[in-house]
Each structure stands twice: as C-alpha cells, then as structure tokens.
Design a protein around this ligand. Structure first.
Ligand code: AKG
Length: 219
C-alpha cells in the first residue's frame, strides 16, 4: 500500500539497523483509508466484545520488515509489558490486530505466536516460545486478532520484498494509550470523524464516564 506524504516526518520511525525493521506511527495523518481501516466493522465487533463499546485506540501503526530483517523479540503487548503483574486474562486490557497488507508466507517474516500462551498470564519465556511458536501465514487482507497477553514475535524475512503489517492496539478506555499523541490528528480528520472514531480517539471519555456514573446511580 502506498502511504501518502506525511505532514509529520517524525511519525516515520527510522529503520532499525539491527533488526531491519521500521515502525511507522501516526497513520491517521496519512490518508482517509486509515480512518476506515481502524473502524472496520469486523474488527470493531470483535474488539468491543472483549473490551466494551467504549474502548479506545491505544496505538495505530505499520511495521515493515525489509528483506533480511530479523526477529523483533518475543513479547506481550502494551499495557502488559509496562506492568509489574500479576496479570489476569480477564478482563482483557488490550486487543491487538496484526493486519497483513500482503501475503504472510513461510519466508517473509510472518508473525510467530505461541498458541494459548495468553492463558499463562506471564511474561514470555524464550525457551518455551522457541519450542511452541507457530508461524501464522495468510493472504493479504487477513488479520491476526489476539489478546494482548499472547506471546508473539516477528520471524525473519528471507524474501526479496518488504513485509508490511498494519498494527492496531484497542484498549480498555481506562488504559492510558501507548501512543500519547494518538488523538493529535489533522483538523480535517477531526472534522469528518464519525462517532466511532471520536470514541476511539478518547474524545468521548467524559460522556462515557457520565454513563458509568449514572448506571451506578451516582450523580
Ligand atoms: O508485525 C508483526 O508481525 C508483529 C509486530 C508486533 O508484535 C509489534 O509491533 O508489537
């Protein structure tokens, strides 16, 4: 996918020389298609079933694995890696989407996951991960949707082409977004934002709290 010229070059993180990967943030400033993708009804339905219909967007980015890229390292997702624990699988604090923008193959850096590892409620163990991880291949347009506690990693890109994935982090509304600038979108994006996008950007937070309070008969 071609990414429109950015008003803010700083959102294009530099290519990491060690891993051969690049992380691009601030997608909502890069074209209307990204507004539609983050509100895709199938994603919203699944994520809201896990997080509630007042969930917000914690981060929204793309990850490019250039030819020769190596693993980024096994991890759980934010906010879990930023917490001391103990962890609980319920309520989920975060749902991660890894949306394949081209085919993920055995060769090109497809995501590795340890199935059901979210149920361990623990930080990843590298040896266990190496033993249990499977590679998720799929066609462009497919998405991996997971609990944030799932142990996962990128694999090595042995192909001649970059591998690109869109990454969406939906979170409980009470979790501070990983991307502190998530709501700093261009004025034109704000003007045309749907109610769902406003919710995702945290702009309905006060209304949502008012609903919580009145549900509990407070105020
Ligand atoms: O791009 C991928 O396959 C996974 C990326 C990922 O896990 C991350 O950026 O946290």
């Amino acid at each position: 996918m071609e990414i429109a010229e950015s008003p803010s070059a700083s959102t294009f993180g530099r290519r990491n020389e060690r891993t051969g990967q690049q992380h691009i943030r601030g997608l909502l400033a890069h074209g209307e298609i990204f507004e539609r993708m983050v509100q895709h009804p199938a994603l919203i339905e699944i994520a809201e079933a896990m997080l509630g219909d007042d969930m917000t967007l914690g981060a929204y980015s793309a990850r490019i694995l250039y030819p020769g890229a190596i693993e980024m390292g096994v991890h759980v997702d934010y906010p879990y890696w930023a917490m001391r624990g103990p962890f609980a699988v319920r309520p989920p604090l975060m749902v991660q989407v890894i949306w394949m923008l081209q085919d993920f193959t055995e060769q090109n850096g497809a995501t590795l996951v340890a199935p059901r590892s979210q149920l361990r409620c623990a930080r990843p163990n590298r040896e266990d991960f190496a033993r249990e991880a499977i590679k998720i291949t799929g066609a462009a347009g497919d998405a991996i949707i997971s609990h944030g506690l799932l142990w996962h990693d990128t694999s090595q890109n042995h192909s001649e082409q970059p591998r690109v994935a869109l990454l969406i982090n939906y979170g409980l509304k009470v979790i501070r977004p990983l991307d502190s600038e998530i709501a700093k979108v261009p004025p034109a994006v704000l003007e045309r934002a749907t109610p769902k996008l406003r919710q995702l950007l945290g702009l309905e937070f006060a209304n949502s709290l008012a609903r919580d309070l009145s549900r509990d008969g407070l105020y």
